[in-house]
Design a protein around this ligand. Structure first.
Ligand code: ADP
Length: 248
């Protein structure tokens, strides 16, 4: 493992019946960075993300996290190592309040199963921690609002809060801005920036202005392979990248 690399993929490959959706991808995510995975439609971003988060087994290649080979580990096991995919383990319950949702996530972190009938008394142990997490994601004034009544952007913020409840060292975000209005994009961008202060983030994101403003490093995929890598200024000037986007 080279210095500062927290997550590394080597020769990552996924074949679907003779079609290589991802082929020979080498990726190194450095600790503390916001790293974006971009590329035109069909480039292999989702497949790559699903391989890294263990939702799909690779045809070939390996993945290491903090130097440990996680290629054959389950998503739950890698979450215990501190690598968490948002919107995965921490589902949001629509008919519970924002506060209740975060408290359940905190309870899960402790390893308890959640029993609805055990109710408020157990969950109230987590009140202070839950309030602090809601504050972190800008939802303090919505603690008693049902998740189903939150705006789309605030629901995503709540999902991020329930993920943060697991205290991840590295977060994998799948299109955090998908379907959002501009106001929500700004709010979630600021939130990602804030939570990246003491975490590593890898995200797949379509919105290039968000990618430009947030990312330290960008990996551009096209036709299942890494086309370019670097900061936004570098990759956005790369002829092959421009061509891949225009030709897509
Ligand atoms: P992106 O997220 O960059 O748009 P995807 O990873 O979704 O790209 O898809 C990359 C390619 O792999 C596409 O051509 C897609 O049709 C193909 N693909 C993805 N998943 C499957 C699958 N389960 N079976 C067959 N082909 C797939």
């Amino acid at each position: 493992m080279s210095d500062g690399v927290i997550l590394a993929a080597k020769d990552l490959t996924k074949e679907f019946k003779g079609f290589f959706a991802v082929e020979g991808v080498n990726l190194q995510v450095r600790r503390g960075q916001i790293h974006a995975l971009i590329g035109p439609n069909g480039a292999g971003k989702t497949t790559c993300f699903n391989l890294l988060t263990k939702f799909l087994p690779p045809t070939r290649g390996s993945i290491t996290y903090k130097g440990e080979d996680i290629t054959s580990m389950s998503p739950a096991d890698i979450a215990r190592l501190g690598l968490v995919r948002s919107f995965q383990i921490s589902a949001v319950f629509p008919h519970l309040t924002a506060m209740e949702n975060v408290r359940i996530a905190l309870q899960r972190k402790r390893g308890d199963s959640f029993d609805f009938w055990r109710s408020q008394k157990v969950l109230s142990e987590f009140n202070d921690e839950a309030r602090s997490l809601l504050n972190d994601v800008g939802l303090s004034e919505f603690e008693n609002t049902n998740a189903s009544d939150l705006s789309y952007g605030r629901k995503r913020a709540l999902e991020i809060a329930t993920t943060l409840a697991l205290n991840p060292e590295m977060l994998l975000l799948d299109e955090p801005m998908a379907g959002m209005a501009q106001e929500d994009i700004e709010r979630i961008s600021a939130l990602i920036k804030r939570i990246s202060a003491n975490r590593t983030i890898l995200m797949v994101e379509h919105n290039l202005s968000v990618v430009a403003s947030l990312s330290d490093t960008i990996t551009v995929l096209a036709r299942g392979k890494v086309l370019a890598e670097g900061n936004y200024a570098t990759v956005s000037k790369d002829e092959r990248v421009i061509e891949a986007y225009i030709g897509a």
